[in-house]
Design a protein around this ligand. Structure first.
Ligand SMILES: *[C@@H]1O[C@H](CO)[C@@H](O)[C@H](O)[C@H]1NC(C)=O
Ligand SMILES: [Zn+2]
Length: 382
């Protein structure tokens, strides 16, 4: 932890520039719960933190969406989420792993102003997946830390509100993306699926010590990275019992509304009737366009969750805040609702920019259109 404080002091003033930090990291050792203590260290586990029993804790549900936010998907979010409440009467909230291309930043602002979490999914999302597998720490910073500057400027949201990343294609990069998190103001990753911990779901944990997770898309991190949180993506099972991390990639799923709803409930109940580890519902909005029954079943599933007074739909950051400072359901219910933000993107501008020889329209909350299309190495489009 001391090391991290030094790093932050050196780098906070150089926010816009890629950070020039190079450090060496120790190989992570087996986790010792006697040494690894909250709020900053937690061993990976299938039992709730803080010595709480599953029946005593809130069941968190995290709804996430990857890739661009734009007019093609915002209607789904508005209809399904705005005005929906948790049992404590706070608004529900969801998490968006945003990529730059085709994103409308006034809509990113709108989601943020409505209490949702904006997280990072890279500027370029480029292919092939191998690019991500071998990306250096500096390369990671150009994709993700620069994306913080990009979104802060064009979506007019505080840089400090962005704390987590999801790697494109869930392609891990060994230590490097986690080193970037350690060396920055970010604090969590949500790219790492697990199929070994489906029956007894894994809770989020820190990388101070060795991760016990299976590694579906290697290389996985093996360095000790104190205070860096992993929000594991506990796989679902499709109707042939094949595991899937992104639910829209599950293969054997029903096509009718009732069958889809049952598929969602069955996966949920594995968490809710088990360890009560956070239940992730990870998709791209494009899934809703595949078959109209999917969106109908999705909303019915949210209605189903609403009937339970111990199920809370929150952002990944809110789950991690609870992990750091675990509270029983009773105490959790007494907490105040998260602070509201006002929408200050009152005059969005549509900018016509050139990406190579191609036209790109970018809607922004900034005072003026940037001269160039924001991209890798030039996140502000100067
Ligand atoms: C990650 O860091 C550890 C500790 O420094 C090192 O042993 C391991 O080789 C690194 N992994 C990769 C893929 O570079
Ligand atoms: Zn993606």
């Amino acid at each position: 932890m001391l090391l991290k404080l030094i790093v932050l002091t050196l780098t906070t003033n150089a926010f816009a520039a890629p950070k020039q930090v190079s450090q060496t990291y120790e190989e992570a050792e087996a986790c010792n719960p006697a040494l690894c203590k909250l709020p900053n260290c937690l061993c990976a586990s299938t039992t709730p933190p803080g010595g709480l029993a599953p029946s005593q804790i809130p069941q968190f549900v995290v709804l996430t969406f990857d890739d661009a936010v734009n007019v093609g998907n915002i209607p789904y979010y508005r209809e399904a989420f705005y005005n929906r409440k948790n049992p404590n009467n706070c608004p529900i909230s969801t998490t968006y792993f945003v990529t730059h291309e085709y994103t409308d930043y006034s809509l990113v602002h709108e989601l943020w102003a409505n209490g949702h979490e904006i997280a990072l999914h890279s500027i370029t999302h480029q292919v092939p997946a191998d690019y991500w597998a071998s990306l250096s720490v500096d390369g990671q910073k150009r994709e993700f830390i620069d994306q913080i500057d990009l979104m802060a400027k064009f979506a007019k949201i505080p840089p400090s509100s962005m704390k987590g990343i999801r790697l494109p294609f869930l392609q891990l990069s060994g230590n490097s993306s986690f080193q970037m998190i350690y060396e920055s103001d970010l604090y969590y990753d949500s790219s790492w699926p697990t199929r070994s911990y489906i029956q007894s779901g894994l809770f989020p944990y820190t990388l101070d010590y060795r991760s016990p997770q299976d590694c579906a898309l290697p290389p996985c991190p093996t360095a000790s990275l104190p205070g860096v949180w992993v929000m594991p993506m506990v796989d679902w099972l499709d109707n042939s019992n094949v595991p899937c991390a992104m639910i829209d990639s599950c293969v054997d799923i029903p096509l009718d509304e009732d069958g889809l709803l049952l598929f969602m409930k069955n996966n949920f109940h594995r968490h809710y009737d088990g360890s009560r580890s956070p239940f992730g519902f990870y998709i791209h909005a494009a899934w809703f366009k595949k078959n109209e029954n999917i969106y109908k079943a999705y909303k019915k599933f949210l209605d189903y969750l609403k009937e339970k007074d111990d199920v809370f739909l929150v952002t990944q950051q809110q789950v991690l805040e609870w992990m750091k400072n675990p509270k029983s359901l009773n105490d959790y219910n007494r907490l105040a609702c998260p602070q509201k933000h006002s929408n200050s993107c009152t005059q969005p501008k549509s900018c016509r920019l050139m990406y190579g020889v191609q036209e790109r329209y970018m809607t922004t909350c900034s005072d003026a259109c940037p001269p160039a299309y924001p991209w890798l190495g030039n996140p502000l489009g100067v």
